[in-house]
Structures are given as C-alpha cells and as structure tokens.
Ligand binder design. Sequence first.
Ligand code: NAD
Length: 422
Amino acid sequence: MTYITIQNETLLVPKQPTIPFIAGDGIGPEIWEASQAVIDAAVAKAYQGEKTIQWREVLAGEKAFKETGAWLPKETLAAITEAKVALKGPLTTPIGGGIRSLNVALRQDLDLFACVRPVRYFTGVPSPLKEPEKTDMVIFRENTEDVYAGIEFEKDSPEVNQLIQMLQEQFAVKKIRFPKTSAIGIKPISKEGSQRLVGAAIDYALANDRSTVTLVHKGNIMKFTEGGFKKWGYELAESAYAQQTFTMHNYHTLVAEKGQAVADQALADAKVAGKIIINDVIADNMLQQILLYPEKYDVIATCNLNGDYISDALAAQVGGIGIAPGANINYQTGHAIFEATHGTAPDIAGQGKANPCSLLLSASMMLAYLGWTKAAQLIESAIEEALTAKKVTADFAHSMTDATEVSTGEFGQLLTDIITAQ
Ligand code: NAD
C-alpha cells in the first residue's frame, strides 16, 4: 500500500495512493457501487493508467456494528489516519445515550476543522430560484468550536446548578431569565480556531481564482465570540495575506481617516490588482443575501452554527441534498474525509432510486484536493452532460419535464460511458 503524505502543508500524492472508503448505510452501498466505477473511469481516462486509486474498504456504521460490535472500529480510524484521505457514504446515527454521531466522532478525532461545501448550479436541475445559475459559492464552515463543541448541561443536573450559581455569585450574571429551569450550552470561539478556518478560505480563494471571501457572523449580538471571529479574520488577512487581499475593515478605516474618495480608489486599485476582497456580513442578513443577490458572494467563511444553516439553505437553492457535495479537512495535517452530505435515505434504500451525485461530486472534490484536477473535471462534466440530457434519477425525474428516469446503477453507467467517450 502506498500512502499520501504531507510536507510543509503540501500533500505528496503517489501514483497509486491507497484511499479508504466507507460505503455507508441505507442507500450508501448503491451510490458507492455506482460511483466507484465512475471515479475509476475518470482517473483511467485522465491519466491513461499512469495513476490509479487503490481502494480499501473500512467499516463504520451499521455494517461495522454487525461485523465487529463497534459503530466506529479503531481500525477504521487508524486506516484513515494513515491514509490521510478517505471517501465516505452516509451513516446511520446510532440511537442511544452516550454514542456520538459517527460523523462528529470522525471530525473530532481527526480535528477536521474545515467543513467545505461548494454550491453551484448544474443546468437542468430543478430549483426554486428563477436564476439558480447565479449561485456559485464555496462555504468554509468552522467544524470544531461554537455551540457544537458539545459542552452542554441538562436542566436540573448538578453541573448546571453549580454553573448557574457560579455565574450569579462570582460573575454577577443577572441575565439568566429562568435560572431554576435552565439548561446551559457553552460557545467557545477561539482566535486560533477562527484564523485557521479563515486562512483556509483565503488559501482556497487564491488557489481557485475567487474574488471575495465573506466572513459571516453574528458579532453585532455575540461581540466576543462571533465578533472575535470577524476581528481575528480581518487581522489574519491584514497580516499574513497583506499582499494578496484588501479588507473592508481597511476600507472603513480609510474612509474615517482619509475620506470616501481615497478609500474608493484603494478598493478599485485592489480589484484591478486582482487582490481578494475580504468583507463581512451578519448571518441573518446573509440568509437574505444568498437568495436575493447570490452573484455577489463567492467564498464564505463562517462559524459552525451559521455554517450549518447556510449550507443547507444554499444546497436547496441549487437542487437539494441529493447533489450537494462536502468535505471535512484539516489543511495542516492533510487529513480529509470527502462525503455525501445527505443521510442514509431509508425510505428509498435498495430501490435503485438514489441519486449518487452528492457522493460523486465529493469524489470530484477529493480528486481536486489530490491535485488530480483533470479527473475531477471529467466527473463534473459527465454529470453536467447527463443532467442536460435530462437522464436523471427518481428524485429529479419527478420535478423535471420530459425527463428520462434511470436507476442509480444506470445513471452511473451513463456517466462512465460519457467519460470513456470523451
Ligand atoms: P436523509 O438525508 O437520509 O433523507 C431526507 C430525504 O432526502 C429523504 O426523503 C430521502 O429519500 C432523500 N434523499 C437523501 N439522499 C438522497 C439521494 N442521494 N437521492 C435521492 N433522495 C435522497 O435524512 P434523514 O431521513 O433525516 O436521516 C436518515 C438517517 O441518516 C438518520 O440515521 C440520520 O442520522 C442519518 N444522517 C446521516 C448523515 C451523514 O452520514 N452525513 C447526514 C444526515 C443524516
């Protein structure tokens, strides 16, 4: 087995890398089977046999539980840790106290701090928008902090009683409206956590010719946590990326100190010089902005909870979860898990109705992450061609006129044929 390694935050990818995959539960095996053939065909076409992926199945979810008694066996985590990059189908969330969501466990154990979700429109996909093609954004959602850190205390628990008492007595907090019946959650947002996420978003924008990075936050209300995210994000851009970016924080400082005309000129010069513009938008406004003016936004960097809402809202704008790809990445260690963003869809499992595009587009992101961009593009263009020809799985066929419905397997075969013929 040959493994991907990392040196100075640069991935070193052998020609035959071993890549673990988790087929997943529910519709997972169907979409995996359809997708694997397409991915292999794209790599073969792009590199004529010079590069291939050595797939290695690792277990998680129901299949793992049935075969090993563990939902997330240690061997799975060890294999992904060693191989750095993995592809994953959807997993059933085990029900029962004390068991972490498997997705959360993988993200936490590998410190996959950036949840990356590209959102673009494919011609022909049913969308609620009049002009869905204007939506083309990449969301960088912070994945390890915020109210999702899992620091919560139940109403009436000794911990919550102690915490409320401490807040009232030692910090003179008077704002807990119902102290006797409150549960409490904690929202940690750090400078390190914010800056590594914003840095990843700026790096992505630089590498992919994007023009803006928008910091999305609720700093108007949560001044120290989300306000900190915005402040540290701007600070990072103005220090580590001073040559490549121009911030709206800088713009407003210029307006105050030198007047509007000077600031406008500096912004215009930065655009001409091809600098990335770093701006910020308040989260609730952002949910309006992405609907009303999607063309104004490009790369988004945001805290965990905001990112969760914005990702799903944006996915719905361009065709929903069946086609939304995603990845969880630690750019410093190189660890990355590329995954279908939908769940196990038990209502359609085993019926050949599932759309494999979310997993396939995640695989395309994975190939791009490895630097195998030609293969990545082949997958995207094959999907584009199939959707334009209106040959689609059941989820899209229902809401498209004159569509030909094909099964999951037939859709995969169609894409393989398109790639092979290119
Ligand atoms: P779901 O995403 O599985 O299904 C929601 C709806 O979308 C269903 O009607 C389903 O048929 C449809 N759908 C989903 N993926 C589709 C696809 N590829 N093609 C066509 N239609 C698709 O969400 P749910 O029903 O809330 O969750 C089911 C299970 O999945 C739960 O155990 C949940 O915890 C788990 N889940 C896992 C992940 C993950 O592994 N990343 C994400 C979400 C939910």
